[in-house]
Design a protein around this ligand. Structure first.
Ligand SMILES: C[S@@+](CC[C@H](N)C(=O)[O-])C[C@H]1O[C@@H](n2cnc3c(N)ncnc32)[C@H](O)[C@@H]1O
Length: 242
């Protein structure tokens, strides 16, 4: 696994962050050193999925990147009739994902689709996972997308959405940001790396707070929606379709 040094040198101009080939090469290292609780969320996605898996249905991983959530779910779910559908708009990510899934492909049905999650057809789904991707979707399109996810789920289906979150309280927001920054420093990122990456993400990653996430899930139809995880300013929510 390559070490993430993408922002280690002073860049003449910091451009908007893209999930291109340079990112796909270092992504496992980048996400583990940047997202507190990432491994726990991925592992527990598998555990939650085991409870909601239903035979002859689809499991969607929206913004699948290198397929970590699909790998986790396929390790806990023992049902060959389930089709895993990973959707991502980065060809570089999907190319790596295909290689990573190779060892488990013989035991499961995987389909990788290069495309916009906003346009994805979602149907006959027992589980939809969207880990750290809704934050990259145009805020004006988020309600509609979550509404379509709800419609595409079968009864007793579950939607898992994990995100970096904002806070309505300024004091809490500042403290959580400081704690997150310390997490990255403890993981070897320099002040320069942290500040250049922050600039690169500023225009492309737009955060919602906890209430906005839960309100959106309820507006979409999920009467049963809760936050089940938080590590500093990263959180995960589930909505169950009754
Ligand atoms: C932070 S990564 C997701 C990580 C992954 N879910 C995991 O848990 O390891 C965000 C992913 O979403 C993809 N992405 C961003 N916007 C997208 C869109 N509009 N449609 C499809 N994929 C998108 C990116 O290419 C990237 O692979």
């Amino acid at each position: 696994m390559d070490k993430d040094k993408l922002f280690a040198q002073a860049l003449p101009q910091v451009v908007d962050f893209k999930f291109d080939e340079s990112v796909s090469r270092v992504f496992p290292d980048m996400i583990r050193r940047s997202v507190p609780g990432y491994e726990a969320i991925i592992e527990l996605t598998g555990s939650i999925a085991e409870k909601y898996a239903q035979p002859a249905t689809n499991i969607y991983d929206l913004g699948c990147a290198l397929g970590a959530s699909m790998l986790s779910m396929s390790s806990t779910i023992n049902q060959e009739s389930i089709q895993y559908i990973g959707i991502d708009n980065s060809a570089a990510m999907l190319e790596e994902c295909q290689k990573i899934l190779q060892p488990v492909i013989p035991r499961h049905q995987f389909q990788l689709i290069e495309g916009q999650v906003e346009d994805a057809a979602i149907d006959n789904a027992c589980i939809v996972v969207m880990n750290f991707t809704l934050q990259f979707i145009n805020p004006a399109l988020r309600d509609q997308l979550v509404g379509r996810i709800y419609q595409g789920l079968i009864p007793d289906g579950v939607f898992i959405v994990s995100e970096k979150i904002d806070f309505s309280n300024d004091q809490e927001s500042t403290l959580q940001q400081q704690l997150h920054e310390q997490f990255k420093i403890s993981n070897g990122y320099s002040e320069l790396e942290i500040s250049q990456k922050r600039i690169a993400l500023e225009q492309v990653m737009i955060l919602d707070d906890r209430e906005q996430h839960l309100d959106r899930l309820r507006r979409a139809g999920f009467k049963n929606a809760v936050q089940w995880f938080q590590s500093f300013n990263f959180a995960s929510f589930v909505g169950v379709k009754e």
